[in-house]
Design a protein around this ligand. Structure first.
Ligand SMILES: C[S@@+](CC[C@H](N)C(=O)[O-])C[C@H]1O[C@@H](n2cnc3c(N)ncnc32)[C@H](O)[C@@H]1O
Length: 297
């Protein structure tokens, strides 16, 4: 699998391939979003003269060293990763979101949030878990350190905010391009006020090595979905030291302001070691994943 190359100056050059001249408006709006959120991304735009068939997508993926973005004829933006178009595709979660509850979602059993809760999803990725958390009515701050991922999230939020029955959910999400540790440091040093409410839950789903996904029946490597495959091109699993920092500062965030109770919830593959080798207070698991809960009281 090819890893996405990022320049040492930390600006990421992305090739944006679009399909017709009338898409200049969408391109300008994308550039405005990048500027507004200070994403270190430079777009190099190019109109495709060929049809974007699967074969063409494969070719493009194989020949380019920089990330490729596609703006298709329906103005949907995706990232071309290993020949496959990947995007948050939040609309595909509609059924799960509508029926999400503690019975059906292990994450909600572990997070135990209500509509009054404030949650930080410190490793937002494609935002799928954030949506489940926000389906409860809770406010969710989504942190993402990879500019490309942050951009895909912001574009998806903008797109879904135009759909009437998604607007309330969208208004509960705040997407921030940042490293979680810097964000936690700023939360822990800021005075608590009306506008800066105490955090009830911090959710962590850091990357884990690609070979740690195991099929619980065979014990062998499990197939990884296209979203996770794509993420592995961009983001690395944390070192043990980084895991310790992440967990400690997340615990400090929920322990801040001496609120009655707060928790950090960590997602792991079912058989993966605990984050920072620290034992949780409680675990919830199914055949594929485990949620470890660390409580602060
Ligand atoms: C396993 S994915 C999360 C998937 C996500 N739960 C979802 O539902 O799509 C991990 C994501 O967290 C991001 N990440 C990892 N460490 C981070 C950090 N310290 N600060 C912010 N984002 C981080 C990675 O860039 C990656 O996008």
């Amino acid at each position: 699998m090819t890893r996405v190359q990022q320049e040492s100056c930390a600006f990421m050059r992305c090739q944006l391939i679009y399909v017709n001249e009338s898409q200049q408006i969408q391109i300008e709006s994308l550039k405005a979003l990048i500027a507004e959120h200070k994403l270190p991304i430079v777009l190099e735009t190019e109109q495709s003269i060929e049809k974007l068939t699967q074969k063409r997508r494969q070719q493009l993926s194989q020949t380019s060293t920089q990330p490729i973005l596609l703006l298709d004829d329906k103005n949907a933006l995706s990232w071309l990763s290993n020949g496959l178009s990947v995007a948050p595709e939040w609309d595909k979660l509609q059924r799960r979101i509508v029926s999400a509850g503690r019975k059906s979602e292990l994450l909600l059993q572990a997070a135990k949030i209500t509509s009054d809760s404030k949650v930080i999803d410190a490793t937002a990725g494609f935002g799928h878990d954030s949506l489940i958390l926000a389906s409860t009515g809770a406010q969710v701050v989504m942190l993402e350190q990879q500019p490309l991922m942050a951009m895909l999230l912001l574009v998806e939020q903008q797109r879904m905010s135009t759909v009437a029955n998604w607007q309330k959910l969208m208004s509960r999400l705040q997407i921030i391009y940042t490293d979680a540790l810097s964000y936690f440091a700023s939360v822990n040093s800021a005075p608590i006020s009306e506008s800066n409410r105490a955090v009830d839950v911090v959710y962590l789903d850091p990357m884990f090595p690609e070979d740690s996904y195991q099929d619980s029946k065979t014990g062998k490597g499990a197939k990884v979905g296209k979203h996770m495959q794509a993420l592995h091109q961009l983001a690395h699993p944390p070192t043990l030291d980084e895991e310790k920092q992440l967990l400690q500062s997340a615990l400090a965030v929920v322990g801040y302001n001496e609120q009655t109770s707060g928790r950090v919830v960590v997602k792991r593959p079912q058989f993966a070691p605990q984050l920072a080798h620290q034992s949780p207070n409680e675990c919830w698991h199914n055949e594929a994943v485990r949620f470890d809960g660390y409580f602060v009281s």
